[in-house]
Design a protein around this ligand. Structure first.
Ligand SMILES: [Ca+2]
Ligand SMILES: [Ca+2]
Ligand SMILES: [Ca+2]
Ligand SMILES: [Ca+2]
Length: 246
């Protein structure tokens, strides 16, 4: 009897060890008509999606207080077709700021919109690989990640983006090419074709700088367990997921 209980306990333990923690899963909706990336939400797909994603989690807090809505808050919608992944985000940020003009220097301390993709949802380290991408997008539309040598690299040709600000609210509209882990360069690599039912590692974040040297907050789309929440730039284990649906 005792041996049976021990054996049963080991089976339970092994089962638990093999279970990946459940990740938050977002939905992106299919569009027959690609939205025009012009910073205007008039496209039919943005009208057709009836809800906004609004959850926000503070991954870094440098000012010891959570941001009130006028300091930072967001809502966003996600869409896709065979060729692109689309994001429409409406972001309230009281001060739009870029104090580090070199796009490769301290880009994450400026206002910076981040969109995360792990095409095959493998998770794992991606610091010096293209097995996942974290696109750091500046208010000047520069798009930065880290290449396979560990260098900061501009990947502006992976995404068409338009950001316009009026009265403290910015509309970010973006169309992303999705590359898999075999990506070398845009000359030598083709974006993957997307299909219904596909699940990718995904997430979104915003670094909010309000005119000082450093960002006040780093806000993300989903909960990250543990004490160190500044991990998505190097680990896709901390990404959420997105499913491509009808
Ligand atoms: Ca548009
Ligand atoms: Ca702010
Ligand atoms: Ca991957
Ligand atoms: Ca700001």
């Amino acid at each position: 009897m005792r041996l049976t209980i021990i054996a049963f306990s080991i089976v339970i333990l092994l089962f638990n060890c093999s279970q990946k923690p459940t990740k938050k899963r977002f939905k992106a909706h299919y569009t027959h008509l690609a939205p025009v990336v012009d910073g205007d939400a008039k496209d039919s797909i943005w009208h057709a999606i009836p809800y906004w994603n609004t959850e926000q989690y503070t991954w870094i807090n440098n000012v010891n207080s959570e941001p009130p809505a006028a300091d930072f808050s967001w809502k966003y919608k996600l869409a896709w077709d065979e060729n692109k992944f689309y994001v429409l985000a409406e972001i309230r940020d009281d001060v739009i700021s870029d104090v580090h003009p070199d796009p490769k220097n301290l880009y994450y301390q400026d206002d910076c919109f981040e969109v995360l993709f792990d095409e095959d949802n493998s998770g794992g380290d991606h610091e010096v690989s293209y097995q996942a991408f974290v696109y750091h997008i500046s208010i000047l539309h520069d798009v930065l990640d880290i290449d396979t040598e560990g260098n900061r690299v501009l990947l502006n040709d992976h995404v068409e983006i338009r950001m316009d600000t009026l009265n403290g609210t910015s509309i970010w509209e973006a169309a992303f090419d999705i590359y898999d882990e075999g990506y070398i360069s845009t000359d030598k690599s083709n974006p993957v074709k997307l299909h219904k039912g596909k699940v990718m590692g995904w997430g979104m974040a915003y670094c909010d700088n309000d005119g000082e040297e450093n960002r006040d907050h780093f806000i993300g789309s989903h909960f990250i367990p543990g004490k160190d929440k500044n991990v998505t730039w190097r680990s896709a284990d901390a990404f959420a997921e997105v499913k491509l649906v009808e």
